[in-house]
Design a protein around this ligand. Structure first.
Ligand code: SF4
Ligand code: SF4
Length: 475
């Protein structure tokens, strides 16, 4: 095969470029500062919510339980049934708008502070630090040949990672199946195959994502990371390096005056790179790998303090502010998201407060409008649907008002267990004397035996032959 040649008829050198880049392990350095504390306290609160809502009881049941087997969802003493799913969709829409709003306002703070991937990764990094030591020790340990110390440290790290992952997985599955029964069944090896599968799956997912994949989840796998950059504008708060102040960078003695040396405030210590969980250099400008965690802000502020320089060489700021513009909160997109968020939240809260614990619905029989029975009474057939969304049983008596002398036949007294649904077929028989037209408005009542228990009523219609003047049995 002839070799390709360039314009000067010289043989062209063909180079193969490998597009696959092997991942280089990131060894983050420990640091202290305001943003680290914020993440630690925020993370502790999130863990409290995550574990607490499943392990702590509210009444006689765990605080949050999405019981898939019975299709009933218990949230802080309230029972939600599949009929309430609209509320869940509503909640998800509110979360989406909340996320859009916060992204336009402050970039990827969700990623840096509250995303489960980040929160668990920080916990796993802390475990790594207590078992293998700080950055330099970990680097040396990885380079060293296998020894009893290395094996013990690595083993301790992986055992702790797996134990944390197991606790996270059991708790997660506990949102969908009663946690105490689940743990009892797991300990006595009586758990169902599906329960074991899901606990195993989430254990491995947590261990793999937070222990091994880490920043790769944020950089390559997370869809939110991909589309959120299009939501940024010039006034979005993100982590920036103030190049005007920091450049030209360079080392110097602490006592040296950078102005005399003609250099900026960056001493080129690289600490901001060493603390970064995604291993980027923020001094190269805003990059899609940055999760706005603020680690580099804390690290650089520590250096600025030591050098007696002003803090904020790396800080949360906007591109506009760096260029000298004033902060601008009144941006159309931000206002639109804020209004949408407030409206959706307001409607959600209103719907929630209007929600009754006893649902009562009356469905007319579609087969026939009415019948006349052997006693000459006009009859209509209805199906009464009652849903008890409370956590107590209720005994209800059904009655009708709106027509004089109407007789209700069928199951007119029912005891509803918590979260149960009853469907009662009933017949309403009325003397033609009591009817004044082909349609009569009536009201079905579901009265509770307990005076302080929930009761309900709902309107319906009674249909009869279209006779005018009013039907009389003696005519
Ligand atoms: S931590 Fe601050 S001073 Fe050190 S290299 Fe980064 S920007 Fe420069
Ligand atoms: S550049 Fe700074 S804020 Fe961004 S991920 Fe790295 S440490 Fe966090």
């Amino acid at each position: 095969m002839p070799q390709p040649q360039n314009k000067k008829n010289e043989p062209e050198i063909i180079k193969t470029v490998d597009l696959y880049k092997r991942r280089e392990k990131i060894y983050t350095r420990a640091f202290e500062g305001f943003h680290r504390n914020l993440r630690n306290y925020g993370g502790a609160l999130l863990f409290l919510i995550y574990f607490g809502t499943v392990w702590v009881n509210w009444g006689d049941r765990q605080a949050v339980l999405w019981d898939l087997s019975t299709r009933q969802f218990y949230i802080f003493g309230e029972t939600f049934l599949p009929q309430d799913f609209i509320l869940l969709s509503w909640m998800l829409i509110i979360c989406a708008f909340g996320l859009f709003f916060i992204t336009v306002l402050a970039g990827r703070v969700w990623c840096g502070y509250t995303c489960p991937q980040s929160v668990f990764t920080w916990v796993f990094m802390w475990v790594e630090k207590i078992t293998e030591g700080d950055r330099n020790k970990r680097m040396r340990l990885d380079k060293a040949p296998m020894s009893a110390t290395k094996f013990t440290r690595k083993l301790a790290k992986h055992i702790l990672w797996l134990l944390i992952s197991l606790a996270v997985a059991i708790t997660f599955v506990g949102y969908f199946t009663p946690i105490r029964e689940l743990t009892g069944d797991l300990i006595t090896a009586q758990a169902s195959a599906w329960a074991v599968f899901w606990v195993g799956f989430f254990t491995l997912a947590t261990y793999g994502n937070a222990g091994w994949l880490r920043e790769q989840v944020c950089i390559y796998m997370c869809p939110y990371a991909r589309f959120q950059s299009v939501m940024y504008d010039r006034d979005t708060l993100t982590v920036h390096y103030d190049a005007t102040r920091g450049e030209p960078r360079g080392p110097r003695k602490r006592s040296a005056d950078p102005k005399e040396l003609g250099i900026g405030d960056c001493i080129d210590c690289n600490l901001c790179v060493h603390v970064c969980p995604t291993d980027i250099d923020i001094r190269d400008g805003l990059q899609y790998e940055c999760i706005s965690c603020g680690a580099c802000v804390d690290a650089c502020n520590g250096i600025m303090d030591k050098m007696n320089y002003d803090r904020g060489l790396i800080r949360y700021t906007s591109e506009g502010e760096l260029d000298g513009s004033k902060p601008n909160l009144l941006r159309p997109r931000l206002i639109a998201y804020f209004i949408a968020l407030c409206v959706m939240t307001g409607l959600f809260v209103f719907t929630l407060t209007q929600r009754t614990v006893l649902e009562f619905e009356v469905l007319r029989d579609r087969q026939g409008l009415y019948t006349t029975n052997s006693q000459g009474l006009v009859e209509n057939i209805y199906t009464l649907k009652l849903v008890n969304k409370s956590q107590q049983p209720h005994t209800l008596t059904i009655s009708v008002s709106g027509i004089k002398g109407a007789t209700l036949r069928g199951e007119t007294r029912v005891t509803l267990e918590p979260g149960s649904v009853a469907s009662l077929p009933v017949r309403l028989a009325v003397s033609p004397d009591a009817l004044t037209g082909p349609k009569t408005n009536i009201v079905f009542h579901a009265d509770n035996d307990s005076t302080d228990g929930p009761a309900a009523e709902t309107e319906s219609r009674f249909l009869s032959p279209n006779l005018s003047p009013p039907i009389r049995s003696d005519q």
